[in-house]
Ligand binder design. Sequence first.
Ligand SMILES: *Cc1c(COP(=O)(O)O)cnc(C)c1O
Length: 395
Amino acid sequence: MTAKQAIEFFEPSPRLLMGPGPSGAHPSVLAAMGMPIIGHLDPDFLRLMDECRTMIRGVFQTNNQFTLATPGTGTSGMEAAVMNMLEPGDHAIIGTCGYFGGRIVEMAERTGAKVTRVDAEWGTAIEPETIRDVAKQNQPVKLIAIVHAETSTGVQQPIEPISEIAKEFEALLLIDCVTSLGGIPVKADEWEADILYSGTQKCLSAPPGASPITLSEKAVQALSERKTLPNTWYLDLQKLEAYWDNRRAYHHTSPISMLYALHRALAITLAEGLENRWERHERNGKALQNGLEALGLELLAKEAVRLPVLTTVRIPESIDGDLLKSELLTNFSTEIAGGLGNLKGKIWRVGLMGESSTPDNVLFFLSAFGLLLRKHGFKADVTAALDSAAKTLNV
Ligand SMILES: *Cc1c(COP(=O)(O)O)cnc(C)c1O
C-alpha cells in the first residue's frame, strides 16, 4: 500500500454479542470513552480512580481497602493475583473443572510454588471434599484457588464449602470472578475470600481492558511477608497500590479512556441494583435454558450448578456445530462460541451477560437458532421453545 492510496477507516459490522464475552457494551459506556484525555495524575482523574475504587468495593460487596483495577483484561487480574500471592516454597491447591482453572494452574506453576490441581469432570463443580483431602496431606497450604463461574463449561462453583476449607487450613482463598461479577451474587466479605478479580467485558458490559481486583487484610499481610519479589513488574500489586492509594506514585500511564468506561459501567451496574441485576440474569438465563431444552437440545452443565450467564449446549450428532455458528453470524449478525479444550467441537456456548441479557435476545435467539437447526434437518420445535421461554419470562 503506497502513501497516496486512500486507506479506508475500519468499521465493524453491527453484532449481537451472545458469546462468552465480550458482551454488548452499554452505549453510554462507549460514549464515555470518547471524553477528552486528561493526565493520569490530574486531580479530576485521581477523583475518578477513588470513585472506581469505591464502586469496585460495592460490586464485590467488600470493605477491603486494597482495591483497584489492573491495566489489562481479566487475565491481567488473574496473573496479578497468582504471581503476587505465590512464591517458591508455597503450596497451592487449584480447583480445575474447566479451561480457566487450567490457566490458573499454568500461571501458578511459573511461580515456583508447589501446585496440586484438584480436577472434576467438565460440566460439574469441584467436590469440596477432594480439596479437603489434598489439603490434609499437604500442610501448610498457602492458597486455595477456584473459578466461580467457569466460562468454558457453564458451571457455577458453590463458594461457601470451599471457604470453610480455606479457613480450616488457614489458607488464602483466591476466586476468579471474571464471568460472575455483576451477573450472579459475589460476596467477598461474607465468603471471607482473600483475593478476587474480574474483567470488564463480561457481566459489567464495558469493553475489554481492565481487571477489578480486591485483597483482604490477610492477603495484604501475605504480600508484605513475601521473601522474594513477585515475578512480574507491571502487575506488582504493591507498586500498583502505591499509585491507586494516596501516595500516587507513578507506575504506568493509566489507560485513561478505559477507566472512564469502567467508571461508567460500574455506575450503571450499581444504579440498576445488584439484586435486580442478579435477578435479571437469573430469569433470562433460565428462559434461554428452558427454551433450548424445548428445542430438543441437551445442556452440558448439571442443572444444580448451571450458570445463568453462560449456557453450554451439546451439539447434536447430525449437526455441524461450526457451520451453524457461522450461519448465525452471517444471517443474523449474532455471535456465539464453540467449546474450548476438551469440549472443542462438542458444545456451543451462549452468553447472556450484562447488556446482552434481555428477554428480547432470548426470544430472538431461540427463533433464529431453531430455524437454522431445522434447515439442517434437526427437528427443533421452535413454537414449544418460545412458549417455554415466554412462560419463564412471564410474557
Ligand atoms: C474470560 C475469562 C478470563 C480471562 O479474561 P480475559 O478478559 O479474556 O483476559 C478468566 N477467567 C474466566 C472465568 C473468564 O471467563
